[in-house]
Design a protein around this ligand. Structure first.
Ligand SMILES: C[S@@+](CC[C@H](N)C(=O)[O-])C[C@H]1O[C@@H](n2cnc3c(N)ncnc32)[C@H](O)[C@@H]1O
Length: 218
C-alpha cells in the first residue's frame, strides 16, 4: 500500500511512549515493557491500527504488540489508538507499536515472550508465484511464528482473497498447524467478537465475503 510521506509522522512517533524504536532490545522481554504480567498477543501487518486499537480497548487484561513495515502507517495507527482510548476516557497502556519487517520477526520476539496469539489481517495476497514468498502466511514466516508460539498458541488469519486463503490452508498444513475454525463468510458465520479492520470494511462494502481461520500449534 502506498502512502504519501507525512511530515508529522516521525516526530509524533518519537514522542509516543508506546512506539518502540528498537524492538530488538525487547526480544524475550516484552513483559518488562508492559510491566503487567498479562498475556501478550501480536498483530503482524497492523496497517492503520484500527484492529489493535479496539483489541486493546476491549481487552485491558491482554497486552498487544502491533508491527508494520511502514512507519507512516504506524503514525496514523498511533493517532487512531490515542483517539479511541480518549473517546473512552482511557489511557493506552497495553499496546506497543513498532516498525519492523515481519520477514525477520524472530529478531524481535521469541518463545520467552510467550505470545499466545498472532493476528494476520488482510495481508497482501501477492498472487504472482514469484512473489508468494512475500505473503505474511508464507511457510518461511509460519515457521518463525511456530517457533515463537507456545504449544496451543494460535494464529487468527483473515483475508478477502480466495487464492491466498486456499494457498495458506496448504501452508498451515505443511508447517504442522491444526486448523480449528474455518469460515469462508465470516460476517454470516457463527463466530462472535470479530473486529472489522480497515481493509475488511472496504472489501465487505464491495460485497466480498471475508475468509477467516484459526490455526493452532499442536
Ligand atoms: C493490506 S494492508 C492490511 C492492513 C490491516 N491489517 C487491515 O486489515 O486493514 C497490509 C499491511 O501489511 C504491511 N506489511 C506488508 N508486508 C510487511 C512486512 N514484510 N512486514 C511488516 N509489515 C508488512 C503493510 O505495510 C500494510 O500496512
Amino acid at each position: 500500500m502506498r502512502m504519501r510521506k507525512k511530515k508529522w509522522a516521525e516526530p509524533e512517533l518519537n514522542a509516543c511512549d508506546f512506539f518502540i524504536k528498537n524492538p530488538c532490545d525487547y526480544k524475550g522481554r516484552w513483559k518488562d515493557f508492559f510491566g503487567s504480567g498479562n498475556p501478550i498477543e501480536l498483530e503482524v501487518g497492523c496497517g492503520k491500527g484500527t484492529f489493535v486499537a479496539h483489541k486493546g480497548l476491549l481487552n485491558p487484561q491482554t497486552d498487544f504488540i502491533a508491527v508494520d513495515l511502514i512507519s507512516n502507517m504506524l503514525a496514523v495507527g498511533r493517532r487512531n489508538i490515542v483517539a479511541l482510548f480518549e473517546e473512552n476516557s482511557r489511557e493506552c497502556k497495553n499496546i506497543a507499536l513498532t516498525s519492523y519487517n515481519v520477514d525477520k520477526i524472530s529478531e524481535i520476539v521469541d518463545k520467552a515472550d510467550n505470545i499466545a496469539r498472532i493476528y494476520i489481517n488482510f495481508c497482501n495476497p501477492w498472487p504472482r508465484l514469484k512473489h508468494n514468498k512475500r505473503r505474511l502466511t508464507h511457510p518461511t514466516k509460519l515457521c518463525q511464528y511456530k517457533d515463537i508460539l507456545p504449544p496451543g498458541g494460535e494464529i487468527h488469519f483473515k483475508t478477502d482473497s480466495d487464492l491466498l486463503f486456499d494457498d495458506s490452508l496448504e501452508y498451515f498444513k505443511e508447517c504442522g498447524f491444526e486448523v480449528t475454525y474455518l469460515t469462508r463468510d465470516l460476517h454470516q458465520s457463527d463466530y462472535t467478537g470479530n473486529i472489522v479492520t480497515e481493509h475488511e470494511k472496504m472489501f465487505s462494502d464491495e460485497g466480498i465475503p471475508i475468509k477467516f481461520l484459526i490455526a493452532r500449534k499442536g
